[in-house]
Design a protein. Structure first.
Length: 355
């Protein structure tokens, strides 16, 4: 009897502790869920504020719009036999039209997908949009699947290097179909980082529908990228709502989504920029892309900048050096898209959007 009493004295506290641990785990999971919901709500708020800034800061020089369109059905559907499960995925795109253009004429179009694994087209790009419009380009910027600012459900539709390519292309089709002053034969696509990957993969998939492509510090090899990235970054790709597997588990799927492994598809004039001190997209990734294109005998332009301040953002900043490098981009675009005007000097780029 004494032994039983002793055992009970030991067991009851352990059961209580075990029960407490389970309760704590449940509370942690609930807090995590609430935190994720809060993050998405804050993203929506931030997006709303940034949208106001777009309209306010460009009001004098541009017609700014945000239009609804659709891309392919989601890559993954929880209930594939449910009503509407395979409906096209709806998303938004920004449209920027210079106020000074003659609507009876035709103008070139620039498709400008944003960067970031989960990010959005924010006013971070406002100076670049101003510079493009100053040259007479119409600009469309797709908020492709996985973009932030539209809630958790849309955020989880991410398909990096996959269906987002069709979303970007759908934004081009939308512009050609809905605006008579957009010249379907003068369309270019440009992007940086993840946007650079989209720019590359889009012309790989639709080579006859774009006159040129610019890829700045582009994500080029997801296999290499997973090797040098952090574990938290890798989890964004292997999440069950995304690719769902690691490169080790499905290396072919990561190759399929990587420009360096699709270099044989290039038919479009292309300019690539990278920077040796980029601490986000390491130069080794872009070098792999450049070597792959050369191995395939492709004609393209590229420049590897040496230790330019700004790292990953080196030619998107507002510095004199960044602007001078962007003049190279605009010269490349002008060769293939023939805009009404071309920015050729630092003075011209500094006055873009003010006259």
């Amino acid at each position: 009897m004494k032994k039983l009493y002793f055992v009970l004295l030991l067991v009851f506290p352990l059961l209580t502790i075990a029960q407490s641990v389970e309760e704590i785990k449940d509370e942690i999971l609930e807090l995590k869920s609430d935190n994720i919901d809060l993050i998405h709500r804050l993203d929506i708020l931030q997006k709303t504020v940034d949208d106001i800034l777009w309209f306010q800061r460009l009001a004098d020089i541009a017609t700014v719009d945000k239009v609804s369109m659709y891309g392919p059905a989601p890559a993954k559907v929880k209930y594939p036999t449910a009503m509407g499960a395979k409906n096209p995925l709806k998303f938004w795109s920004y449209v920027f039209i210079p106020k000074w253009i003659d609507l009876s004429k035709k103008y070139p179009l620039i498709v400008l997908p944003h960067g970031g694994v989960h990010a959005d087209f924010s006013t971070y790009y406002i100076h670049i949009v101003k510079e493009l419009m100053a040259q007479g380009y119409i600009v469309v910027a797709p908020e492709y699947r996985g973009s932030t600012g539209y809630g958790e459900e849309f955020w989880k539709q991410i398909d990096y290097g996959g269906l987002e390519i069709q979303d970007a292309h759908a934004s081009k089709d939308y512009m050609v179909e809905n605006y008579d002053f957009v010249d379907k034969d003068r369309v270019g696509i440009i992007g940086w980082s993840h946007g650079g990957l989209i720019s590359l993969m889009t012309v790989f998939e639709y080579p006859n529908e774009y006159k040129c492509s610019y890829a700045g510090v582009p994500v080029s090899d997801l296999i290499a990228r997973m090797g040098y990235s952090t574990e938290s970054y890798r989890k964004l790709f292997s999440a069950d709502y995304h690719i769902g597997k690691t490169p080790r588990e499905d290396i072919q799927e990561y190759r399929r989504r990587s420009p360096a492994w699709n270099a044989h598809k290039l038919q479009t004039p292309l300019l690539i920029h990278t920077n040796t001190n980029d601490d986000d997209v390491y130069v080794l990734e872009v070098e792999h892309l450049i070597k792959s294109l050369k191995a395939e005998g492709k004609k393209f332009e590229h420049e590897i900048f040496q230790e330019i301040p700004g790292g990953h953002s080196f030619n998107r900043m507002d510095t004199k050096q960044a602007k001078e490098i962007r003049l190279k981009i605009y010269s490349f675009l002008a060769k293939h898209l023939n805009p009404p005007k071309t920015l050729k000097t630092l003075s011209e780029i500094n006055s873009a959007g003010y006259r």
